[in-house]
Each structure stands twice: as C-alpha cells, then as structure tokens.
Design a protein around this ligand. Sequence first.
Ligand code: ZN
Ligand code: ZN
Length: 303
Amino acid sequence: MSAADTAPVDDQTRESARLLKRVPGRARPQKEALREFEEGVAQLRQHYDPVFWPLFVPEAKNMFRWRVELECGCKHEVYTHGEDKYPDDRRFPDLISQCRLPSGEFWCTTDHGPAQKPYRDIVEWVDRKVTEFPADPVEPEYDWMDAEDWAKIRKPKPHSSAFWRVKLSCGHYEQVCTDVDWKPEDGPKLVSEERIVEIRRDFEESWAAADNPGWPEKGFERDHIRKMIDLRWPRPEPERDCFTCTQVRRITGYQRIGWLVTRTRPAPRPSTNLDREKIEARLAAAEAEVQRLRKQLDNPGNA
Ligand SMILES: [Zn+2]
Ligand SMILES: [Zn+2]
C-alpha cells in the first residue's frame, strides 16, 4: 500500500471542494444568524404538518455556515447540512418559482439593474394548473384599447386556461399559458403558409418605418419574433424568456464560518471518588503482587 492510498482526504483534494478560498469580509455575529435561521424555521413549520417537520424543516444544530462569493462579486451567507457538504453540493431555492436552482447557482438579492431576459428552449412540460375566468366585461378592459379592437378579442363566456410549469434548457422553471385542451404530445399549432407571409410583412414594414422604432425594439425580442416567424408562428412557443437567468449568479468561491450552533467537544471526565477508589484498589493489588514476588525471591524453595 502506498502513502497515497492511506493519505487523509483533505478539503483540497475533493472535487466538490474545489472552490474553497478566502472570501473577503466578515461573517455576521452568530447570534444574529441563529435568530434569523429560527425565524425561517418558524415560518416553515406553519407550512407543513408536524409529521413532515423532520423531512422539510432543518434543525439549527445540523447546519454549517459558509460565506460564498458569486460571479457578480457579491458575498452571501449560506448553510449546508454539515461541514462536509459544500455550498455547490446544495441546490438553493429559486425565489420566484420556488423550484430548486441547478447546483452551483445562487439567487443574488442585490439589485444589479435591469437585464434583458434571454430566451431558452423549453425542455420539459412538467405539470399544469387550470384556472377558470368569468366572461370578459363588455367595456374594454384596458384604457388604451378602443371598443372595436376589444370586441375582436373579448371572450363573452366564462373560459379557462392551463398554466404549465416548464423546465428550460438553462435548468430554471417558468410558466407558460396554453389552451386547456392542448397536450405536449400534440406539438405546437402553426398558422397557414399564407398567414405567415402576412405576419412577416407586417412586422418587417413596421420595423422598417423610419418614424417608428417598431415593437419590440432591436435585440432579443425582435430576434425571438423573427425566429417564431421562421417556425410559422408556433403556439405554444417552443422557447420562453427566463427571468431567473437575470437574477442568479454562479458561486465562484466559499469559505467556512462554522457551525450555526457552537459544538462543544466532550470534555475530559472529571475524576470522581469512584475513579479514585478503583485506582487505589489496583495500587493495593500491585503492591500485594510485589510483596509476593519479593517473598518468592527470598525463599526460592517455597515457590
Ligand atoms: Zn450580486
Ligand atoms: Zn434560466
């Protein structure tokens, strides 16, 4: 067996610990972290039946604190289940969809300003909820719409829509609305060849007009519309813009803070009277044995 076989596995050699580094700044006081954690736990307990608490409600004594640094430069404090679980072993929550983010990502709560939502392919239609709506009012629902346009789109009867939770190619979840009778295996509905020619012409004319920047302005949105035109205007669309992508950042490093609840090492047991009695008894036995051996030496014939 070589030395490498028996060498202890330290942090640096573990694949998942590759991001351990010094994260500048200071950890919050432990009391503050613990108070905030317990407030979160109290809220969670209200969400779940007590029988599920062991499954879904973490216990402070099991939590290990870390400082993480994100690619945006922001630092946040996070927890994992124990000192051997690293922040990029964990899947942190998506604060909007309540789904889990891919590991290695974190929702940065710092306001980094407006960001364009990138379009991502829908890779999975996960599940759906059907919502019922009453008949639309006779008067236009929007101030800017005239009665004629409203009459064209108004739904005069109660109606319902399906709201799907979809998984995107980036690993995030978004919502997409479809007709109630639509199923993923149906594939998207397309418009006719004639109709797509009209749609393409309308958009191109609008965008070409010098006095009108056209909706939407150049960029992601316009590229998206061009792509949908090339695909013959599919409904539902095969891609969706992802808000989560504008909010999450990759974890680029982390540093240990320590257990959320201080762990005390088992202290050496104070000696008690009982210990003393035992030691005295052993000493007495040893002294008796010494006496016996001495006698034996003095009188070899009596062995
Ligand atoms: Zn940030
Ligand atoms: Zn995304």
